[in-house]
Design a protein around this ligand. Structure first.
Ligand code: UDP
Length: 416
């Protein structure tokens, strides 16, 4: 049996005070003819990373509006995850060609996944990201199939893309977050584009009073009277934690009491690279007492990851997401929703979220990031103004009811 994940319990009624009335009405109208449709999601990990974060609420809301939605994860396998992380990296542009042995390992595990999928009755499978993508070829029964790619595939490494395109092309629909992520020559009739979204009611995103956030941060040695910059991200080369530290060093020349938190509590079972990257980051931080690194869930004791991340984002004076590739970057919306100005890498999904100079800043280098850190930290009014614009933008475009609507639209079209 594929491991099943129980999502959190949510109802669409809970979102009525936050989402526009017309959106809620549209959701109900779209959902009615889809009643009872068995929509089964499959991804690589039950926690850690944006996909698991979204499925927690999406699956629950799909059920609440009448679908029979379920969420399964693939059986974990460390060697397989080493290969799939390489696939992830090459999709995002790293030049690495898979060896025949790596391809074989990927295919063999996908055959096993397909066998387990065959035991589950589905009207539609939504297969997230490349890890289980090849299973489609080995299914005995094939209902409607959707592939949801969350990665920044704007500059993929050709050979890996060719290897996987064979599988990608078999799906009835392939959902990307941005048009520029669609591979060249891909059959556009099968392409659907929509952005991810955050759950404003989750423990990570629901309102936390700044005083409560400060108390939590003080408990971890942060001086709440001094400025604080944070980046919350897996320790992954594409999130550029080294570049964040460089930006911090530059900004600290102007703001000597600046503090930096890098939070990447290793939760995702499909990310075997985190330890290696963290060691490099630790070395680069050179024992600076104003740099606070969080890489292990044990560091926060009995506190939940969600409450900790909430406190970090609320307590930050400025939030950084200096990615060099980004499928979307839920952390950007999370911070925007909390009214924090974000300095984000000028790439992929971050460009969709931040309007440069209005709801945050887009940067191409550590130098630019440092410049905007100083600008924001020296100007409380600008921080407030941008934070307000950021919150409004998150409310309008990047909250879960909109994502639920986009899925319902796609399912309606798929069934039709
Ligand atoms: N996250 C977390 N704890 C951490 C680091 C990250 O809960 O220590 C969460 C973060 O709040 C966000 C998700 O992991 O909800 C990351 O999603 P994003 O789309 O930003 O990046 P991904 O990891 O999927 O590339």
């Amino acid at each position: 049996m594929l491991p099943r994940v129980e999502p959190s319990k949510r109802t669409i009624a809970e979102y009525e005070p936050i989402a526009p009335t017309e959106l809620i009405a549209e959701i109900k109208k779209l959902a009615a003819p889809l009643r009872g449709l068995r929509v089964i999601h499959l991804n690589a990990t039950p926690k850690g990373g944006g996909v698991a974060e979204m499925l927690q609420t999406l699956v629950s809301l799909q059920n609440d509006v009448g679908l029979k939605a379920e969420w399964y994860v693939i059986p974990p396998n460390p060697d397989f995850f080493v290969v799939t992380k390489k696939i992830h990296n090459t999709f995002q542009g790293k030049k690495h060609s898979l060896t025949n042995q790596e391809k074989q390992l990927y295919i063999e595990h996908n055959k096993k996944i397909a066998e387990l999928m065959d035991d589950i009755r589905a009207d539609v499978w939504v297969v997230h990201d490349p890890q289980p993508m090849a299973a489609i070829e080995y299914l005995r029964t094939r209902p409607a199939m959707v592939s949801r790619i969350h990665i920044d595939t704007s500059t993929p490494h050709g050979p890996t893309l060719s290897f996987l395109e064979r599988y990608m092309k078999q799906y009835d629909r392939v959902v990307f977050s941005l048009p520029e992520f669609v591979p060249k020559d891909f059959d556009l009739k099968r392409v659907v584009i929509f952005n991810p979204a955050i759950d404003p009611l989750s423990p990570k995103n629901k309102a936390l009073p700044p005083r409560a956030a400060d108390t939590i941060l003080e408990g971890f040695g942060i001086n709440i009277l001094n400025p604080l910059a944070v980046q919350v991200s897996r320790f992954d080369p594409w999130k550029d934690p080294m570049g964040v530290i460089d930006a911090y060093y530059l900004a600290k020349n102007k703001i000597p009491d600046l503090q930096l938190m890098l939070v990447g509590l290793a939760l995702a079972q499909d990310d075997p690279e985190a330890d290696k990257i963290f060691k490099k980051v630790q070395k680069h931080a050179k024992g600076d007492p104003d740099i606070f690194l969080f890489s292990d869930i044990a560091q926060i004791g009995p506190m939940s990851n969600d409450l900790f991340v909430n406190a970090v984002q609320v307590g930050a004076d400025v939030v950084i997401q200096k990615s060099t590739r980004e499928g979307f970057g839920l952390v950007v919306t999370e911070a925007m929703w909390k009214g924090r100005p974000v300095i984000g890498g000028n790439v992929g999904g971050i460009r969709v979220q931040i309007e440069h100079g209005k709801s945050g800043f887009l940067v191409n280098s550590s130098g630019e990031a440092a410049g905007h850190m100083v600008e924001l930290l020296e100007n409380r009014i600008l921080r407030r103004k941008m934070g307000r614009a950021a919150k409004e933008r998150a409310r309008k475009h990047f909250l879960l009811p909109r994502l639920l609507r986009d899925y319902l639209k796609m399912l309606t079209e798929l069934k039709g």
